[in-house]
Design a protein around this ligand. Structure first.
Ligand code: SF4
Length: 235
């Protein structure tokens, strides 16, 4: 512990965080799917549910409607029925149809490959002009489908980044996207996203973070949390 005259150690840089968490949890290599339209629909279906449930909803949707045009043209009640395992179906079904119709209007063949070569800011703006698409969904499409360096900030990435002192307390989650992207090197974006989700789920939990067991503890400012009881940490 630093004494009163000692300066606290500098907070971890994003690259150091990745190195520490990769060593702790193991590294997950990026494997972009190359399917931005699929990623767009999956991201909408995954809101407020588990990957397992949204995956089931997605497969049922494709079984019932093998073409995006068919989803757009179907009675909303049928779409709702198809995606029911993903939860919030009455809300998601009309949103999904509206989203698919908006893509068709701008890109009749649903081919979103232009997002691969467009300047990153333009690609984000293109996606965010679609109904219901915010910074997180846009980043998911660009990162997971096309391997572009856009950082999706979900609840875990947001919380852990704030505790580590990388996002100011007053910044909104939307602002956190830009704040973090300015600090994380493009080649580190995927690892940062995956590592922080893993860390948020397994160690830096929302209500009771397991700081005594955390490999980042030595230089974590633990922003917003009460001082750590080191008598517990040392046990
Ligand atoms: S020391 Fe605690 S607050 Fe900091 S990253 Fe680890 S678990 Fe989270």
């Amino acid at each position: 512990m630093p004494t009163r005259t000692q300066k606290p150690p500098p907070p971890w840089t994003p690259h150091e965080i990745i190195e520490v968490l990769d060593a702790f949890y193991g590294r997950h290599p990026a494997r972009p799917s190359g399917a931005p339209m699929v990623e767009l629909v999956l991201t909408l279906l995954s809101q407020h549910t588990s990957d397992h449930n949204s995956g089931r909803a997605f497969h049922r949707l494709l079984e019932r409607f093998p073409e995006w045009d068919a989803v757009a043209a179907a009675p909303t009640a049928e779409v709702e029925d198809a995606i029911r395992p993903g939860g919030l179906a009455p809300t998601k079904a009309p949103r999904l149809q509206e989203l698919i119709r908006a893509v068709r209007e701008r890109m009749p063949g649903y081919d979103l490959s232009l997002l691969e070569t467009m300047p990153l800011a333009e690609a984000k703006a293109w996606l965010r002009a679609l109904p219901g698409v915010g910074p997180k969904t846009a980043a998911c499409v660009l990162l997971f489908a096309l391997g572009r360096p856009a950082l999706p900030v979900d609840t875990h990435v947001d919380r852990v980044s704030r505790r580590l002192g990388l996002v100011p307390a007053k910044a909104s989650t939307d602002q956190a996207h830009d704040i973090l992207e300015a600090q994380v090197a493009p080649e580190d974006i995927y690892a940062y996203h995956v590592d922080l989700i893993q860390h948020g789920r397994r160690t830096c939990a929302a209500r009771v973070p397991l700081c005594a067991a955390c490999p980042l503890l030595p230089r974590c400012p633990r922003a917003g949390l009460p001082p750590l009881d080191t008598s517990v940490a040392g046990r």
